[in-house]
Design a protein around this ligand. Structure first.
Ligand code: 5GP
Ligand code: MG
Length: 189
């Protein structure tokens, strides 16, 4: 993307460029494809279900799944925990999966881990539905989380600032930026 069209009134700086994101997505998709294809019996049963977490992970999920070369299905869940930029600490399921997941391999695709509460919540409720396995793929991780859930595939470590772009929003805007950028504090303070 032409750096001249980065909106300086909104963004402090670009933390991860479009090129770096795309390169990393390709690497993750390759790793995921390789790891599942060596699972014994994977191509007969059980199946792989990739679950994108709405709304933040919609672009990441779309890019990732298009580069995953093994058979899989895609579904989405919508969770909610945040106000504009502050966590309420309480996670809710806004939209659930359509089908049961018993005996499926699950790959959760999430945008960002901050405190880890969202991913822990999701892991707990899905574990209760008896899938064959649950793995996690996260685009970006902030430094201070205390979660016990392992991140199996991680895109990037980022500093503890509010970021937008590549699906991530502030007040539901800026998801369309092709890079991940630090939002100006003036916008949300
Ligand atoms: P956690 O439950 O790990 O504290 O928060 C994770 C969720 O908060 C993510 O799924 C994401 O939707 C949202 N979130 C956390 N940090 C940011 C950020 O810097 N920018 C945006 N847009 N969302 C964030
Ligand atoms: Mg999210």
């Amino acid at each position: 993307m032409n750096p001249d069209i980065i909106p300086r009134s909104v963004v402090v700086k670009v933390l991860i460029s479009e090129e770096n994101i795309q390169r990393r997505v390709t690497e993750l998709a390759l790793q995921i494809s390789n790891n599942y294809s060596v699972l014994d019996g994977f191509f007969t049963s059980p199946r792989l279900l990739i679950i994108g977490i709405l709304r933040g992970a919609f672009i990441f999920t779309a890019d990732l799944t298009r580069q995953i070369t093994i058979p899989h299905e895609v579904d989405f869940m919508a969770l909610s925990s945040y106000g504009s930029t502050t966590t309420s600490g309480e996670v809710r399921t806004v939209m659930d999966l359509r089908e049961p997941i018993e005996n499926l391999h699950i790959l959760l695709v999430e945008d960002i881990i901050d405190t880890g509460k969202t991913l822990s919540y999701l892991h707990r409720i899905l574990q209760g539905r008896n899938p064959a396995s649950i793995k996690t793929c996260v685009m970006a991780k902030k430094p201070h989380n205390s979660i016990s859930i392992p991140i199996d595939y991680l895109g990037f470590e980022i500093p503890d600032v509010w970021v937008v772009g590549y699906g991530l929003d502030y007040n539901n805007c800026y998801r369309n930026f092709p890079y991940i950028a630090e939002l100006r504090a003036e916008i949300y303070s």
